[in-house]
Design a protein. Structure first.
Length: 76
């Protein structure tokens, strides 16, 4: 089964770009998904003190049968 997910990164002033994790999209109605809603998700998961300008993400597909991440050709 293929699942939509987001690969999150944030900018640390000392360490540079840091990988934060891959989080699955849980909304059933994908019309509700927007760039802002994804950044709000990152803020809840990574930390409330995080400035949304410091967050970036790639839209990916996760294959739950194999555990393989399929990278999207374009990110938002």
């Amino acid at each position: 089964m293929k699942i939509l997910a987001y690969e999150f990164y944030f900018h640390d002033p000392r360490k540079g770009i840091q990988f934060a994790g891959i989080f699955p999209e849980r909304r059933k109605d994908l019309r509700r998904v927007s760039r802002d809603s994804i950044k709000k998700l990152a803020k809840r998961l990574i930390g409330k003190d995080l400035d949304s300008k410091e967050v970036s993400f790639n839209k990916v597909t996760f294959d739950s049968n194999t555990g393989r991440i399929i990278r999207a050709k374009a990110s938002w």
